[in-house]
Ligand binder design. Sequence first.
Ligand code: BF8
Length: 656
Amino acid sequence: MAEEKETKSIDQGTLELIEKAAKEGVNTTFDRAESIKACPIGSVGSCCKHCGMGPCRVPLPKGKEETPEDKKKRRGVCGATAETIAARNFIRMIAGGAAAHSDHGRGVAELFLEVAKGGAPGYEIKDEQKLLQVALDLGVEIGERSNNEIAADIGRIALGEYGKQAGELITLRKAPLKRQELWRKLGVAPRGIDREIVEIMHRTHIGVDQDYKSLLKQGVRTALADGWGGSLMATDLQDILFGTPAPILGQANLGVLEEGEVNIIIHGHEPLLSEMIVTVAQEPEMIKLAKSKGAKGINLSGMCCTANEILMRHGVPIAGNFLQQELAIVTGAVDAMVVDVQCIMQSVQTVAECYHTKIITTSPKARIPGATHVEFDEHDALKSAREIVKTAIENFPNRKGNIHIPDNKTDQIAGFSHETINYLLGGMFRASYRPLNDNIINGRIRGVAGVVGCNNARTKHNEAHITMVKELIKNDVLVLTTGCNAIACAEAGLLVPEAAKQFAGKGLAEVCETVGIPPVLHMGSCVDNSRILIAATAMVKDGGLGDDISDLPVAGAAPEWMSEKAISIGQYFVASGVYTVFGVTWPTTGSKEVTDYLFKDMEEMLGGMWAFEPDPIKAAHLMIAHIDKKRKALGIDQARERVLYDMDMRRELDAV
Ligand code: BF8
């Protein structure tokens, strides 16, 4: 039993709850991952189910090299080759991911416009400085106009970007100039967000685009529409409405649940409703009501990316990441789990039925049979939030008594938006990335890695995340994190400044100590990967590290990815010039041509490319090798060999 437990998570509390679930006969994702085998043909992209003549399976020949004769036979009923099939499947994943992020962005833009027009009481513009910055980015007149007038124009322009038919997305202009030119030259600058996603669905319909290179190019265009379009707008508009994150102390892991309080977990992705729940849970009438039911108070916590959103802005604790969602309910202490969209397992409802937990769905786009539905109305968001919090409080007396909350929680410092990093490094009046660039040039920091993405029930929970991140920081690579990787890092104690001394290499530790930052910087949720793009652009603009993102000593990774969103993110990292390594499994290995194109040819085209390596240590070293390659190309590889830096040497390096 002990051995079996060991294979499922590196986190003690998670293991305790897996065991509790087993004892109580509760089926979880960990059980299903064992009983359901992934289809070996579909998982490598060799199954086409896009029409009623299929599904057509076109597997590689078993146990031998593929011959030209074999290749001829690997076709679907319509004649589509294994390459076409793998590329179609891959870019449909991009379409799914880009749609999820961008539809989230659209929802934010709609609310934003309503707020500007005064139609969404309870919301307000919290970050005026960012409002003005975004106005400048989008070419909105500022002059003597009120914030609401400016915001209304921003909202209209942002919404217009979704349905735009021609030209290119305005926010592409935030990328380095050289990168923008490259996208234009390659014909991958997205026109409108919805248009690119729809075009993937069209091109991958039977009998349309049957050239894998052409299909993959549309994948690039659509992913760019996500990263530099829908996701970027979601982040920017959320910052204006809810505040741009700044460093904040919080806690993480299942131990944040409180036995004596009403526990409400907010799970999903969009902060529109969760922001209101945060407000309502602090209202004296709600606390009074909770006490009248025998609770000491109300304890809010988050799960998955909603958790990151409300942590970054309010310090609300995080109960867990993707693979911990059912286990939170297994504690027996969750009175309500409020969900909106994305990464919510349908089984939270079946697990909840074994305890007393109420699952409350809130989005008209995402219903779960058996759950309570309280539809979020942005025109009266406080009313929706109050109804939800009341439902949770009234459920407190229904607990069944079989409660176990693991005794594990860690401190974390989150809130590292691009603006915050800029400020921390350079100060209010000379905010810049200069000290980061300088420390990369002088070799104290070897490079920067964006490590992001999901958990995957096919691998040991959090293991690849933590192994990779520790290996990177040990080798003086500063890590920027988002999504479920950020939560894993928080749970492992990597998001506090003291972690630098304990886990980072000497150079990185020195810089972290001087600036007072952790070696791993939590930048937010998955849509906030756009913050990493902006940080990379700021590094380029600050000078000394080349003139495009592809020149920077940086790399990206998603060691435990599973969602389509992760594929879209990876593709926009690659298309932005970043070498990007994924773990677990790779969805195109059924076609050598398609895989080679992604892993090799894309570097020639875009300066960034995909790689696949399930071993997190090896993957970290692929990233480090790439970082070193870039250092060499920049002529700063020698700097790392210097041991002591006197002032003259520093000045010399500053002048590079
Ligand atoms: O958007 S990292 S499991 S929660 S998909 Fe989902 Fe993956 Fe977590 Fe957030 Ni992102």
